[in-house]
Design a protein around this ligand. Structure first.
Ligand SMILES: Cc1cc2nc3c(=O)[nH]c(=O)nc-3n(C[C@H](O)[C@H](O)[C@H](O)COP(=O)(O)OP(=O)(O)OC[C@H]3O[C@@H](n4cnc5c(N)ncnc54)[C@H](O)[C@@H]3O)c2cc1C
Ligand code: SF4
Length: 818
């Protein structure tokens, strides 16, 4: 076999990430690939740092290629190694720590670095930039202490940083040198509207404010001194005033460098063995700071590296601001110039502003504020340089009115070409979304988000994604498939969960106020759901609202059809003892319990107990060491076990012991719906683990972990989640998948429904393939358990929740104890 050529890449940002995907598609075995990255991590979606800052996403959500991806593609990734030198004669690069690699082809993808204004105090602790995850971590840490933040720079990054810090509870002021915000992307009118919207969120804005110095107290930042004499107190200062291409190592190596590393249309530098891609590049006099042009460069470079002929001739860019609730779009060049005309639409009452700049009857620039639905269409007209003479009178109203196109948004999206961009934030085109809907059988926006990332950032393209679903699925697409939570809101469960995190909402009244509930106190549908979402999102911070629970959960017992209650004590793993049985027998006699029944989950159910006797029954059971079995709750109900190696000649592991361990570890936490588990000691499966929410089949080599089964109204066998070699590993997997379910599922959605909605493969990837993520989920579950493992019977016996029998309208639900 001929020896593979050596490809070395310096920098591991979004541009080389996309370039590698394209290269591996075209020519998977062409190169032996090594990457050096100064950041100590894998490739992630940098543009999604703002949702991480605002707590709408976690870092795990924005990883593009995880460790397994590099391993699977046989790529060596040197994390945290900054290349210091390139020896072009020897064709070797060397990192600061001496790690070296030789190359046949070298790709420089060093991106940009933030520009720091060299005013006095710029290097004080507490002065931050906004470029990478470390910056976000520093901002999040600072925001934990509250206080004041000053953001220098009212451009895209500055405003996203300001919004994120404000959502994390800081008092934020933006200072901007120019008279209007985002002046590079917006004209004055749109800049004015944007300022109003930013201020309406509680962020102060000072324009025409020039930073003179950053002041210090106790060795750290204390404020920002503006040239006009004003002094703004600050606990942190974020500088977001621009970027400069990182071209230092290219320059030192003698490559031609202007503002960035100079490349030709094949992305080749002045040395034929060295290419460059991304923000570090200067191409035809342009340096780009947005991802779409970098992805176009990446495609061209990949084709060239794969031996094809391709050229890049430059890009038109468009921008959207990723701040929830602010809709703006700008594309192309909208500066006034000779020979240019403009068409403007203002609808002040609806907060809509549109401006198109024309040259020779072609749109060269567009600014939309308020209603950005036609952004993709205008952008396409700009990119294609379409002659709009025939629709000139109506073009400003958008595609629905233009040139006789039917007034039908779906037809408008149908008319977009496959490479028409739908999601500007993530650079996702129409073709990619349509293909994913068809191939993966996606049925709703949530699925498209999950699998393509379209609409997963600012969400402004959600309408377009919905049109694509309508186009692809016809009547099978049911927009009401994502129904509102209840009559009190138009928002679906997914949006409510997301916004609780994003807007840092910590009480039910906060949620109702901020998310504009139409009723004063919610209803029987939304209150229990909100109570669960807040409990699961803010463990230790949110106090359970007992009055927002169904009757069974409020009285810690299942109401029966005659108005009496059933009481099910917990029997760990289905094991009991003479003392426990004696206590149950005594309670049965003492309270004249008419029926004692063994349940399908290996528990004993005492049926027909009078409401007023419940606390006394619990007290007696508690005295014998029996606690609530949560047979009434949206929580872990039972872990059913077989006798395993203790008694059975087929047993391969201690299934009983493991079942007890799982139950003792996991009881108490609230879940979106009831959770039932089982452990079988061998594939004969006597505890019926393969129809449970989570089931374990012990085998000689360890533990096969299953999930997403059902055996109620629906019957469904489980699917295999993965294999664990040790009991500890198996426990970690089970806990992590339960926590993922707790974090992602909608209230009352069983595990198998959640798995079907988000995709079994997606769950597997997050739990089995991404070990770091699994460990983080495990840790989060453990943390939440600190506040959950309290026996509600004991609490009630001690006099807590004395009002639990007060009725909450319409909440009564019959439930069978199992
Ligand atoms: C907060 C934020 C929000 C953004 N929002 C948007 C948006 O909404 N839309 C949009 O289109 N764009 C947005 N961008 C811009 C977009 O993220 C960038 O255009 C894109 O990430 C640049 O990709 P790149 O691969 O060229 O460089 P980068 O992603 O910057 O990657 C360069 C990498 O190279 C590493 N490196 C540098 N020098 C060396 C060296 N000598 N040795 C080894 N490694 C080195 C760096 O550490 C870095 O990890 C945003 C950027 C930020 C920071
Ligand atoms: S599942 Fe296997 S180990 Fe468990 S009781 Fe049945 S046969 Fe025995």
């Amino acid at each position: 076999m001929p020896q593979r050529q050596k490809l070395v890449i310096v920098g591991n940002g979004m541009a080389p990430g996309r370039m590698l995907e394209e290269l591996l598609k075209r020519s998977p075995r062409a190169y032996d690939i090594t990457i050096f990255n100064a950041e100590p991590r894998v490739n992630y979606d940098r543009i999604m740092l703002s949702p991480v800052l605002s707590a709408e996403k976690t870092f795990e959500d924005i990883i593009i290629h995880d460790d397994d991806w590099y391993a699977a593609n046989d790529i060596t990734l040197h994390k945290g190694k900054r290349v210091a030198r390139i020896d072009r004669d020897a064709k070797v690069v060397e990192a600061e720590d001496g790690t070296a690699a030789s190359y046949d082809r070298l790709v420089l993808a060093t991106g940009s670095s933030p520009f720091i204004i060299p005013v006095p105090g710029h290097d004080l602790p507490g002065v931050l930039a906004y470029r990478d995850l470390d910056d976000v971590d520093a901002m999040v840490e600072a925001a934990e202490h509250g206080g004041k933040a000053v953001v220098i720079g009212g451009g895209l990054l500055g405003l996203e940083a300001a919004a994120g810090l404000q959502m994390r509870g800081m008092d934020v002021t933006v200072i901007h040198l120019m008279p209007t915000l985002m002046e590079r992307q917006l004209d004055t009118a749109a800049g004015h509207l944007l300022r109003q919207a930013v201020e309406a969120r509680g962020i102060k804005v000072l324009t025409e404010a020039n930073t003179q110095s950053i002041t210090e107290k106790d060795g750290k930042v204390a404020g920002v001194q503006i040239e006009d004499g004003r002094l703004l107190p600050a606990d942190i200062v974020v500088m977001a005033v621009g970027i400069k291409p990182s071209s230092g190592i290219a320059k030192d190596a003698g490559l031609t460098v202007g503002r960035g590393i100079s490349v030709d249309d094949t992305l080749c530098t002045s040395d034929p063995a060295v290419s460059a891609v991304g923000e570090c590049v200067e191409h035809r006099g342009m340096c780009y700071g947005l991802v779409a042009p970098l992805y176009e460069m990446a495609k061209t470079l990949a084709a060239n590296l794969a031996g094809e002929e391709a050229s890049y001739t430059g890009s038109v860019t468009s921008t959207k601001l990723k701040v929830t609730g602010i809709n703006l779009f700008s594309a192309g060049d909208f500066a006034d110039a000779e020979g240019r005309e403009e068409i403007v639409l203002r609808d002040a009452s609806n907060g809509v502003y549109r401006r198109l700049v024309l040259e020779d009857n072609r749109i060269v620039g567009a600014v939309l504020y308020g209603d950005v639905a036609d952004g993709a269409w205008f952008f396409d007209l700009i990119k294609r340089s379409t002659d709009i003479s025939e629709m000139r009178d109506t073009v400003i109203f958008g595609q629905g009115f233009a040139g006789g196109t039917p007034l039908d948004p779906t037809a408008a999206v149908a008319a977009l070409p496959d490479d028409g961009e739908i999601c500007g934030c993530n650079g996702i085109c129409k073709g990619t979304i349509v293909e994913a809907i068809g191939e993966l059988g996606l049925k709703d926006v949530e699925g498209v988000r999950m699998h393509t990332k379209a609409s997963a950032s600012c969400g402004s393209c959600t309408g377009l994604v919905e049109q694509l679903l309508t186009l692809s699925l016809g009547d099978d697409y049911d927009p009401a498939g994502v129904p509102p939570m209840c009559g009190c809101t138009d928002l679906g469960h997914g949006d409510v969960r997301r916004l609780i995190v994003a807007k840092n909402l910590k009480t039910i009244p906060d949620v109702m106020q901020e998310l504009e509930w139409t009723s004063s106190c919610g209803c029987a549908k939304c209150r229990p759901a909100l109570n669960y979402y807040l409990l699961a999102t803010w463990p230790g911070e949110y106090t359970d609202d007992n009055q927002s629970r169904f009757i069974n959960e409020r009285v810690h017992a299942n109401i029966q059809k005659d108005g009496t209650y059933s009481v099910v004590p917990r029997m760990w793993g289905g094991i009991t003892s003479a003392d426990e049985l004696r206590a149950i027998a005594d309670v049965t006699d003492k309270f004249n319990v008419p029926t004692v029944k063994v349940t399908g989950g290996q528990r004993i159910d005492l049926l027909g107990i009078q409401k007023e006797d419940l606390p006394a029954v619990w007290a007696d059971l508690n005295a014998a060491g029996l606690v609530s079995g949560h047979a009434y709750g949206k929580a872990l109900r039972t872990v059913k076990t077989c006798v395993g190696t203790d008694w059975c000649r087929f047993g391969t592991q201690d299934s009983t012991g493991f079942g007890i361990r799982i139950e003792k570890f996991m009881w108490g936490s609230w879940t979106p719906a009831k959770v039932k588990m089982a452990v079988s000691g061998c594939p004969r499966n006597c505890s019926e683990a393969t129809c449970k929410d989570v089931g374990v089949i012990c085998v000689d080599s360890g533990y096969e972990i299953h999930f997403a089964g059902a055996a109620g109204l629906e019957i469904k066998g489980t699917v295999v989640l993965g294999h664990a070699s040790t009991e500890d590993e198996a426990l970690e997997i089970i806990v992590a998948v339960t926590q993922l379910y707790r974090e992602q599922a909608y209230y009352l959605e069983r595990i198998h429904k959640w798995a079907a909605r988000v995709g079994v493969d997606t769950v597997r990837e997050q739990i089995m393939d991404d070990v770091e993520r699994r460990k983080a989920l495990f840790e989060r579950f453990c943390y939440s358990q600190k506040f959950s493992q309290i026996d509600p019977w004991a609490e009630r016996v001690q006099g807590d929740q004395a009002h639990e029998f007060m009725p909450l309208a319409d909440l009564t639900r019959m439930q069978a104890a199992e």
